[in-house]
Design a protein around this ligand. Structure first.
Ligand code: ZN
Length: 701
């Protein structure tokens, strides 16, 4: 991953950060605010780690809304808000023993201690619930507040008062004591709660964490009262006097004040001790009776905690060692190769069906030949270099809704005659040679035009739901018609009626009615939007998003095709114009160039287009926007918002964002590094403003 990131261009990194920001924001909201997660926790952690890694390589690109620093989501509406007197932070994560060893080294480095020095740590299970801060003043519960975004949480006092393990009064001479911990629900209570939900015809909770969070954040505390919530104390916020000298003593003190604390909390003097305790807790995970998702380690000495302090988002003296994603071992029966519409040979593992995290899995992706050989895309070693073979025992891994992957191979169970899996030198479909281009992990069939597998996949893509979506012409019919040699390229779909109507009527399973329906639905699709057409062409690297960008930019097929005729000249305005489209990268631009450079491919596209009636892209103009009908051009680097965000604001206010300056341009927004476009604007006498002025204009600050 690191190597890959180091190779990112600035614009790639920026785009990736924008994508991750959006994803993480959505996932955060779904998880914390709506209690309805959209991705698995381990997937979330991975995305967050990726985000941080990119920020580390490109600190200058760090977004103002960077999700690396946020913990949780902004509070939901409906509860009043309370600002934490001391920030309520989440913890940094460790995913393996190495991360843990590095954590220990960082701690000692920060404290200026020699590496051989042994630090005392406290380890405790990480409860998968909802964090809560309870404020007691002179022994009385004043308020209870959720973590929220770490700064401000929701006031859930009345609901917290209904939880039995949260005392209303504590015997204490503390003027102020904020007790922090986790609200959770036991497995047993979770099952009966979900049963009741179903009986009432309500949606069951996805997991016990969501059940706990959803119950605590009920606007009606009568409902909360009947939910079996529990509370473990493990930390504190403001305290008018110290709870103890050490973490361990402080937790014991909380226990003596009447709070439940976790009995699996343990003090140890070495990293090995932590690892042992982690293994013990992981073993107990399924019998412990409530959800935990890892083990938390904290420096025991509170004076050291104070010296270590905090980074922007996490304490330096603690780390959460997360359990790995859901795993299961099974038998790999066979490796199949699927040939995609771009000729890519994709290996798929056919598995003895096995349940992984509640879902039956019988296939797993194997990505490409390097992956099978035990190498990542940079030639680095994965799975300790173990290759994957037919007949192997493999560990399947599933995170969220993504396609299952293989995380490990049990080489000890491998039979002696097993052989390494070799990718074929010839295409399994057409026997042409397969090629692997430099810097491409994928091996492809070289017979782009005539490989039956590729042609069929291209046709299937063309009629698929998100493309031409022709009723009655699905994958099965495509295969049939290809087999009859009626259709070998998209344009021939529109000649079917003319050439093969009689033949079709004579085929089994086809009657007058169904043939008529098919002909009608094909003819209906002769009218197609420019955007859909672009996507349907199946040009490599041109997905729906890219098709939309191109359609919005060129507006008509005729503009687009004229431009494509010229892009092979890299000095041309057409090429400049293409690559200046925000969101169009080098890969897509080159792919378009290759497509329109190929006479045969171009001829296919034109044959298709001649049969169609292509709708121009609508200019959607917000008639009451500040920039209604105006053409804007961004140039240079924007420093306070991403290009994407700037474009979003511009379009929201009715503007059309263009990639190049012309006499029709109304306004140019420039940042550092602006060159020829800004000069051109000056020559043409077009108004140009810098980013600060732009921000004032759109009123985001
Ligand atoms: Zn082939």
């Amino acid at each position: 991953m690191q190597n890959e990131i180091a190779n990112y261009s600035k614009s790639e990194a920026k785009r990736e950060l924008a994508r991750l920001s959006l994803l993480l924001k959505r996932a955060n909201q779904a998880y914390h605010r709506d209690d309805d997660p959209i991705i698995s926790d381990s997937e979330f952690d991975k995305l967050k780690a990726l985000n941080q890694e990119i920020e580390k390589h490109f600190p200058e690109l760090k977004r103002r809304d960077s999700q690396s620093q946020t913990v949780g989501a902004k509070p939901a509406r409906g509860f009043s808000k309370i600002k934490h007197s001391i920030r309520m932070l989440s913890l940094a994560n460790a995913f393996d023993e190495n991360d843990l060893i590095e954590f220990d080294i960082r701690v000692k480095k920060h404290l200026g201690l020699p590496e051989v020095h042994q630090i005392s740590y406290v380890a405790e299970p990480k409860i998968d619930g909802l964090s809560l801060s309870l404020r007691y003043e002179k022994g009385r519960l004043i308020y209870a507040v959720t973590r929220g975004d770490g700064e401000i949480g929701e006031d859930v006092t009345e609901n917290a008062r209904t939880i039995k393990s949260i005392p209303e009064m504590i015997e204490s001479d503390y003027d102020v004591l904020e007790v922090r911990g986790e609200v959770y629900i036991s497995h047993e209570d979770f099952l009966s709660l979900n049963k009741k939900q179903e009986e009432k015809g309500e949606k069951p909770f996805a997991n016990s964490r969501n059940a706990a969070a959803g119950s605590l954040r009920q606007l009606d505390n009568e409902i909360t009262k009947h939910r079996p919530l529990k509370f473990f104390a493990y930390a504190w916020g403001e305290a008018s006097k110290a709870l103890g000298q050490t973490q361990f003593a402080a937790i014991a003190k909380l226990n003596s004040l009447g709070f439940e604390t976790n009995p699996l909390t343990k003090k140890t003097n070495s990293i090995m001790g932590l690892i042992d305790h982690y293994k013990l807790i992981e073993q107990k995970r399924n019998s412990i009776g409530y959800d935990i998702d890892g083990v938390v380690y904290k420096v025991d000495d509170l004076s050291l905690q104070l010296r270590l302090g905090f980074t922007t988002s996490t304490p330096r003296w603690a780390i959460a060692h997360k359990f790995p994603a859901e795993l299961a071992w099974t038998f790999l029966k066979k490796i199949d190769l699927q040939i995609g519409r771009t000729g890519a040979l994709s290996p798929v593992a056919r598995l003895e069906p096995v349940t992984v995290g509640g879902v039956v899995v019988s296939n797993a992706t194997l990505h490409n030949e390097d992956y099978i050989a035990g190498l990542d895309s940079n030639g680095g070693i994965i799975r300790d270099g173990k290759d994957i073979r037919e007949g192997d025992w493999v560990q399947v891994y599933r995170a969220g809704d993504v396609i299952p992957k293989i995380s490990d191979v049990d080489v000890s169970k491998r039979i002696q005659v097993s052989q390494t899996f070799n990718f074929p030198i010839n295409c399994p479909s057409c026997n042409s040679s397969t090629v692997r281009e430099e810097n491409d992990a994928v091996r492809r069939c070289s017979n782009f035009f005539d490989c039956p597998a590729q042609v069929i996949e291209k046709l299937k893509h063309f009629v698929s739901r998100r493309a031409f979506d022709i009723d009655g012409l699905g994958e099965k019919q495509i295969e049939q018609f290809f087999h009859y040699k009626w259709i070998s390229e998209p344009s021939e779909i529109f000649e079917l009626e003319e050439n093969y109507l009689q033949d079709l009527l004579e085929k089994d399973g086809w009657g007058v009615r169904s043939v008529e329906n098919l002909v009608n639905s094909i003819n209906e699709k002769r009218l197609i939007s420019f955007e859909k057409l672009l996507f349907s062409l199946g040009i490599r690297h041109l997905g729906e998003g890219g098709s939309r960008l191109l359609a919005r930019h060129y507006l008509t097929w005729s503009n687009f095709s004229k431009a494509m005729e010229n892009i092979s000249n890299l000095e041309s305005d057409s090429w400049d114009d293409l690559i200046s489209i925000d969101g169009v990268g080098d890969m897509l631009a080159n792919s378009l160039m290759n497509t329109f450079n190929s006479e045969r491919q171009k001829a296919q596209i034109y044959r298709l287009v001649s049969k169609l009636n292509i709708e121009d892209q609508e200019h959607r103009i917000e008639s009451d926007g500040k920039f209604s009908g105006k053409k804007l051009v961004f140039t240079g680097t924007l420093e306070k918002m991403s290009r994407g965000e700037a474009k979003m604001h511009a379009e929201r206010l009715g503007a059309q964002v263009a990639g190049s300056v012309s006499a029709k341009t109304d306004l140019v927004i420039f940042g550092p590094g602006a060159g020829s476009k800004l000069k051109k604007a000056e020559v043409l006498g077009i108004r140009a403003i810098d980013e600060d002025e732009w921000i004032k204009l759109i009123g985001t600050e």
